[in-house]
Design a protein around this ligand. Sequence first.
Ligand code: MN3
Length: 208
Amino acid sequence: MDKLTDEQGNFVLGALPYADTFLEPFMPADVLKLHYTAHHGGAVNTANKATGLIKKALETNNLEGVDYWSKKLSLHLSSHVLHTIFWTNISNKKTDPKGELLKRIEKDFGSFDKLKMLLLHHSKNVDGNGWGLLGFHPMSNRLVVLEVENHEKLTVWGIVPLMVIDVWEHAYYLKYKNKRADFVDELFNFLNWDNAAERLELALKISK
Ligand code: MN3
């Protein structure tokens, strides 16, 4: 359901699913636009550069520098994945988990309130830049909350992100300054649980 590449396999910055003003006043249009074009767009460009240079290294049988570019690919492709999901994870109308998603939240965390407590805690407490993340792990058939550092650290192999909360300073500093917790609390009201439910449904279908 997410389109990360074009027909040639190059990473592309897809269109935002709404206008820049969609989340105002919570997220001002200029903040959203800068986040999307400079930060998400920058990750797309660097991921393309990394794959290009790794390909070139293979063609010339010279692997000098591939360690650096493989690390860059891990960071920036992970950023591309998470930001692509993030834009679809927010909405300007209130939603709540229901159906299969709610059932699994209650099974794995006790209740939606308990999940909220855990997801908010991890989002607020990431060391430095990172993400709070609710994911589905098909290999163990359970939901997991992660406290991701940068874009790619402290994950679990095979996790399918359902709901991601960007707590890099670029996500909130222009409006919320150093008050990350206020931003996270406010963002919680804009989370699109219908989108998370769609992601779970697709993951369950694919993993059957
Ligand atoms: Mn970001």
